[in-house]
Design a protein around this ligand. Structure first.
Ligand code: NAP
Length: 271
């Protein structure tokens, strides 16, 4: 069985490692190629995008892919939508089993806990506005939403922005900023120290979920720092059956490999 994993996440790498060890499974992982020095998954890796829905559909056909697992980051909405459409449309490409089955592996989002002060917002523009409301002039805002689309923060000359990202940001940045290049995982002690050192008054983050980057939320709670939480983008197009852990996806793939299911169904609620 030939499985294509749409990757770029820890979960995608864990799944690739598990599939490489699985008899009868051949795995290819794909990465967008955004990060300069990506953590590479086990098995074959293709890097750089497919060229839209048509390109992905051609890839599925040419490589005779039997199943796709969309294990992209919860904010990679374009790739997820492309995967859903390409798999649906692959039905017309004459594969023996009809449409290529699509499975989604997505970590659950974060939920606030007693002591948290979270402000959920729909996008980065609103996040930047809310951060300005919550942080007095002269204070510091800790931005952990990634290196792209930082423009909404750029027009503020009155606050200091501590921007943490894996690679250097390319957008315009606020006049007063510090860029911290790091990729985690992080500890609560380290995050607490960092926020104290920089006098952070507000944390801005995306609802990425997962444990690798959750320590900042514990640190913010302990320090009484409010969190501006950017909600996940809405899913557009068909929704694939979704699992929150690698084991569930593996079970579904095995069932597909043994012909037990034409289209897998998720046994766990969508996150
Ligand atoms: N967005 C985030 O916050 C975030 C955080 C951590 C990791 N990531 C990872 O970084 C990658 C890019 O994220 P994004 O938000 O820029 O994606 P996106 O906006 O959903 O996708 C934009 C384009 O990038 C290409 N692409 C994205 N993911 C790909 C993958 N796994 N394999 C091959 N091509 C891919 C596709 O190009 P074509 O149309 O040419 O196929 C896609 O149309 C994803 O793999 C994601 O898992 C994203």
């Amino acid at each position: 069985m030939r499985v294509l994993i749409l990757g770029g996440t820890r979960e995608a790498r864990d799944l690739a490692a598990a599939l490489v060890a699985e008899p009868g499974m051949a795995v290819t992982s794909s990465l967008a190629g955004r990060v300069r020095d990506p953590a590479l998954p086990a098995g074959e890796t293709v890097i750089g995008g497919f060229g839209g829905v048509a390109g992905l559909r051609a890839f599925l056909r040419e490589r005779a892919i039997d199943a796709v697992v969309d294990a992209t980051h919860p904010f990679a909405a374009t790739m997820s939508a492309h995967a859903a459409t390409a798999c649906l449309e692959s039905q017309a490409d004459g594969a023996p089993g009809g449409a290529v089955p699509l499975l989604r592996l997505a970590r659950p989002g974060w939920t606030d806990r007693p002591g948290d002060s979270w402000h959920r917002v729909p996008d980065l523009e609103t996040a930047a506005e809310r951060a300005r409301t919550l942080c007095p002039p002269g204070g510091a805002v800790f931005v952990t939403t990634g290196r792209r689309r930082l423009g909404p923060f750029a027009a503020d000359p009155d606050r200091h922005y501590l921007i943490r990202a894996v690679d250097p940001p390319t957008d315009d940045l606020p006049p007063r900023h510090t860029v911290l290049l790091d990729r985690g995982p992080y500890t609560v002690d380290g995050e607490t120290r960092l926020m104290r050192e920089h006098g952070v008054r507000v944390l801005v983050t995306k609802d990425s979920g997962g444990s690798l980057t959750a320590a900042k939320l514990d640190a913010a709670r302990a320090l009484g720092v409010p969190v501006v939480m950017v909600d996940r983008p809405a899913t557009t197009g068909p929704v694939a059956p979704t699992w929150t852990d690698v084991a569930g996806v593996l079970t579904a793939l095995r069932a597909l490999a043994h012909g037990d299911a034409e289209q897998p169904s998720a046994h766990q609620p969508r996150p």
